[in-house]
Design a protein around this ligand. Sequence first.
Ligand code: HEC
Ligand code: HEC
Length: 168
Amino acid sequence: MRRFVSLAALLLCGTVVMVAGQAQPPAPAAPQAPAPAGGPPADWLPPTPKNLKLLPKDTDPKQLMEIMRGFNAAMGVRCVYCHVAGPDPNDMSAYNFESDRKEHKEATRAMMKYTDAVNQAFPKEVGEAPKPGESYVTCYTCHQGQRHPPVKAKAPATPGAPAAPPRP
Ligand code: HEC
Ligand code: HEC
């Protein structure tokens, strides 16, 4: 597999917006959606991951949590949106995080690849493509803290700006 994962580190989390041509590291203070209320306590860490298919297998629980909290914030959701919980979604010990049973988890893997592809395809006429581990386009670029990206084309006004697909 290609080095998808380098990007994983932070780009996925979502908020980095870099200006083409500026060779700066992602700004840590990039605007970020507030994480939705609830979710695990700040110091909570998951068990060692067993079923990573895109992120590096050796991603440690702390790095993983940065990425997962990034997903929460980019989409305005909580862990239970993508992961199988027990009867109480606040009970972190009852989750089965490695399970792939939730369709949103698989959708997210597809979206991770899509986001990577968008970054790889950055037009050279505009500037240099993001380096491994960096990204211009992140989950937050489109989702802006919402499950469904808020801005969509209403009609195919111009070629190359097709109407959005119907919502699932
Ligand atoms: C938008 C979807 C999404 C949200 C929200 C999300 N996750 Fe994940 N999570 C994933 C995906 C996708 C993977 C697998 C990544 C891969 O295959 O490399 C994953 C993997 C994991 C794993 C590794 C499981 C294993 O054993 O392989 C843990 C632990 C985890 N997430 C915890 C959390 C926690 C805790 C939260 C809430 C703070 C959370 N996730 C929120 C999509 C999500
Ligand atoms: C280029 C824009 C764009 C980027 C980048 C993007 N998404 Fe999406 N995403 C969409 C669109 C458009 C949809 C489908 C329309 C809708 O759900 O309203 C969607 C749908 C989804 C869905 C399914 C939503 C549902 O409830 O059915 C998930 C999950 C998702 N995105 C996660 C992510 C994650 C995680 C990332 C970052 C790794 C990401 N997306 C990056 C545009 C984007």
